[in-house]
Design a protein around this ligand. Structure first.
Ligand SMILES: [Zn+2]
Ligand SMILES: [Zn+2]
Length: 828
């Protein structure tokens, strides 16, 4: 009975604790803290001992009798240790020190039949504490995402906090109230120091050792001796010395806009739920003023004394959004957690959140764990963005964790996007009774009243025929920018406008191959099932002029081979990448428009943007007009708001369409819609040109028509027929090993365990499908073979039951060979 209750404990901490106390309050177990004393001294009063359950951060979990143990039992020797404390504990036979978090505090009822003589004590508290609400959230995550609890808890606290970066220890000396006797046989010098200290003015205390030595004209050694003799009493204090982050100059604060009718309705609707859990989905076209809705709802929450968390996909990519939060609420009350913070600033911001000094936190994925007290609202901006999913342990989705946190803490969660994920859209659709799980708010028009920009779809195959007819026989250049986009860019530059061009692929060319069809050599990464990507030399990195090739999966690099290794012919480069478009733009526009790489033409991708600072600088140069054309990957598709952008060009809309992933269409629709939304945000009308090889793909046609609802409904119908998420639920297990046979063997064993669990399901569980074991679409990465198993079921409850069963048998464990991904967003 007890073990059964422990499984539930993971779902509901407080209920389970009460349950245990009620059941085991009076178990007669002998208890002694110290082994050696046990036989000589009478047993101490064990009934009042304090016991803690500690989840160790390195993530120890064991399956016992069909249930999961994720915490160890320790004795508490002080009267301060509480739930959420990060502590140091002895681990294993060697008592190796390990860090963990206290998840339960109680009396001997927590011993669970353990021999009390073997229970070790907690060594120390490390000084940081997670709020109890986050412990409950961590327990849910550990179960839902099949991850050891200790690792989830370790994720919740930034490394800078755990390491105590920026903490300074200061010692203060106080004179003893009742001075001890002067030690026998003291030297003359010591007696004189003693007397001088006794005669000193009370106002000199407390003081740090150095100041006191100077004031009393004593040596530091003498101060030390006086402290050792007990005449001086030392206390140590740890203080955080971090400086507040420097926020870049903001310029004039934008006036408070008047809300549109649609914005007003959304604000009122969400505010009506302040104080209770409900999820709201705000679908607003690009430029419709979603951020203003967030700001107003946060204001209302703050007026009630509450705090708020705002999640944004990647903070470095949304400096303009963060800026508006700082402007509205003031720098002291807003913490913007971005990658440019130093470790000690990160620690400082975390501490300011924990004390409640900060009232609004704006940050990327991990900001969902901000330790804010009085949390009253969570906003998830661009909720469809795949960067909310963490691709390492714990493999959580911050949007879904936000919804759970809102549920646990009883507060509204506001999800916003121009192109909501189908998951959220399905939840917001109303059933026959007119009720949706989420409440939907729509902002159908731009806040400025500007029209949505017209989008032209250009068939690349057709454009190439036109180009071939125009070009003389001497033109050997590859044209990635077709005649239509080329003309439009020329017109835009002539008219003094700016342009954004998107190509979601880095590098110069993605195929290196032998020109001889009889040979057919294609350069692959030695360790991955992927082609090598050719990059032009980057002088800053000191690589040779010929360029280099890189694997985008394992990052292996080598110089560009000149000759085919099989037949010796000169090697060819095929395919496209941002560097190649950059080169083409300079070739075509340098003469008439002075477009120059690095000055008026800027490439923004993972290769040129090494830090948040690079990105801020690039955007600054685009904002002041010195950069005319911004060319980049999806980095530039998000959230940018520049009024002079009159042309947006998508160089090749199909980069994601052909990926073997059921979300390929959804991704393409989102990307095209998002980047199109960057155009025509000012007074001048905007124009969008989408080049594609698949001009009839619904993802492209409907994105061009700005018709999200039609796309979402069509796509949902397809997913329904196929039983794919969000209509069905999915979990994926990937087994990795350098040894091909081992990868397949462990996947086979896991598939058997899952099948066994499926066989045990009740009859009414609906169709549950197990796919695999099968090689992943990218079957080898970094010399590891990858074999996948997918579970598909109608509800997440069934997926959870299947996973929990296999886990409790000890047959399903997250480790370096096994990745378990619940609700996966990428299937490569
Ligand atoms: Zn590789
Ligand atoms: Zn060859």
């Amino acid at each position: 009975m007890y073990r059964r209750s422990r499984l539930r404990e993971a779902f509901n901490a407080s209920r389970a604790t009460n349950h245990l106390v009620a059941r085991f309050g009076a178990v007669p177990v002998l208890f002694s803290g110290v082994d050696e004393l046990f036989h000589t001294d009478p047993p101490p009063d064990f009934s009042r001992a304090r016991i803690a359950r500690v989840a160790v951060e390195r993530g120890i979990e064991s399956a016992r009798d069909g249930l999961i143990e994720h915490a160890l039992t320790y004795r508490i020797d002080d009267d301060q240790t509480a739930i959420g404390d990060r502590v140091r504990v002895p681990l294993g036979r060697g008592n190796k020190p390990a860090e963990g978090v206290v998840i339960r505090v109680g009396g001997i009822e927590l011993l669970d039949g353990l021999d009390p003589r073997k229970v070790k004590a907690i060594v120390a508290r490390t000084g940081s504490r997670l709020p109890a609400s986050l412990i409950a959230l961590a327990e849910w995550m550990a179960v839902y995402y099949v991850c050891p609890l200790g690792m989830v808890l370790a994720t919740m606290m930034p490394a800078a906090v755990k390491k105590g970066v920026g903490l300074k220890t200061t010692t203060l000396l106080q004179r003893a109230d009742a001075p001890p006797e002067l030690p026998e046989g003291s030297t003359k010098a010591f007696r004189s120091a003693w007397a001088r200290l006794l005669a000193a003015d009370t106002a000199a205390f407390p003081a740090d050792p150095r100041t006191l030595a100077a004031t009393l004209e004593l040596s530091p050694a003498a101060i030390k001796k006086l402290t050792a003799a007990g005449l001086l009493i030392a206390t140590t204090k740890r203080t955080l010395t971090s400086t507040a982050p420097q926020e870049s100059a903001s310029g004039p604060v934008a006036p408070r806009p008047t809300l549109t009718t649609e914005q007003h309705a959304a604000v009122e609707g969400v505010c009506a739920d302040l104080g209770r859990f409900h999820v709201h989905l705000l679908r607003g076209v690009t430029g419709s003023g979603k951020t203003e809705v967030y700001l107003r709802v946060i204001e209302a929450a703050m007026a009630r004394g509450k705090t708020a968390i705002v999640l944004v996909p990647e903070i470095a990519l949304t400096p303009q959004t963060s800026r508006r939060f700082l402007d509205r609420f003031g720098p002291g009350r807003v913490a913007v957690l971005h990658s440019g913070l130093t470790a000690s600033q990160r620690h400082g911001q975390w501490a300011a959140c924990a004390t409640g000094a900060v009232r609004v936190v704006v940050g990327a994925r991990s900001a969902i764990f901000a330790p804010l007290p009085d949390l009253g609202l969570i906003v998830v901006d661009e909720e469809h963005d795949s960067s909310y999913k963490q691709d390492q342990l714990p493999r959580y989705h911050a949007r879904d964790v936000a919804v759970k946190r809102g549920h646990l803490e009883g507060l509204p969660v506001l999800l916003g996007s121009a192109t909501p994920s189908l998951e959220s859209w399905a939840n917001a659709r109303v059933n026959k009774a007119g009720i949706g799980k989420y409440r939907l708010w729509t902002l159908a028009t731009r806040a400025t009243g500007a029209p949505m920009p017209p989008v032209e779809i250009v068939d690349l195959a057709m454009e190439r025929r036109v180009r071939a007819a125009q070009a003389g026989p001497g033109d050997r250049h590859l044209h990635l920018v077709g005649p239509t986009l080329e003309r439009a860019l020329g017109d835009t530059l002539d008219a003094g406008g700016q342009a954004i061009l998107l190509l979601n692929r880095r590098g110069y060319a993605n195929y290196l191959c032998c020109p001889d069809p009889k040979c057919g050599y294609l350069m692959h990464c030695r360790d991955c099932d992927a082609t090598m990507i050719y990059h032009l030399a980057d002088s800053a990195r000191g690589l040779s002029a010929g360029g280099f090739v890189r694997c985008h999966h394992c990052l292996a690099e080598q110089l560009l081979p000149r000759k085919c290794p099989d037949c010796g012919k000169a090697i060819n480069t095929f395919g496209l990448g941002t560097q190649r478009v950059e080169e083409e733009l300079e070739r075509k526009f340098a003469i008439p428009h002075g477009l120059r790489i690095g000055t008026t033409l800027l490439r923004v991708d993972g290769d040129t943007m090494r830090s948040a600072r690079d990105y801020f600088d690039a955007l600054g140069r685009f904002a002041d007009g010195s950069v005319r054309v911004l060319l980049g990957t999806q980095m530039i598709a998000k959230g940018l708001d520049f009024p002079n952008v009159r042309l947006v060009g998508v160089v090749h809309a199909d980069t994601a369409l052909s990926l073997p992933d059921f979300r390929a269409l959804e991704r393409t629709f989102q990307l095209v819609s998002q980047v199109a939304g960057r155009a025509g945000r000012g007074k001048e009308a905007g124009r969008v040109i989408v080049q594609t090889m698949e001009p009839r793909s619904p993802a492209i046609v409907l994105a061009a028509a700005h018709d999200y609802e039609k796309f979402a409904d069509q796509e949902l119908a397809i997913r329904t027929r196929a039983g794919l998420p969000p209509v069905g639920r999915m979990a994926r297990v990937v087994c990795r090993d350098e040894d091909h046979a081992k990868a397949h063997a462990s996947a086979g064993a896991i598939a058997d365990a899952l099948q066994d669990a499926i066989n045990k399901l009740p009859k009414d569980s609906g169709g549950v499908r197990l796919k695999g074991p099968m090689p992943c679409p990218i079957s080898r990465v970094a010399a590891q073979y990858r074999v996948a198993i997918e579970i598909l079921a109608q509800t997440r409850g069934v997926v959870q039951t299947v996973l929990a069963h296999a886990r409790a048998q000890g047959l399903l464990k997250s480790d370096q060979h096994t990745a378990i991904d619940v609700d996966p967003v990428a299937l490569l």
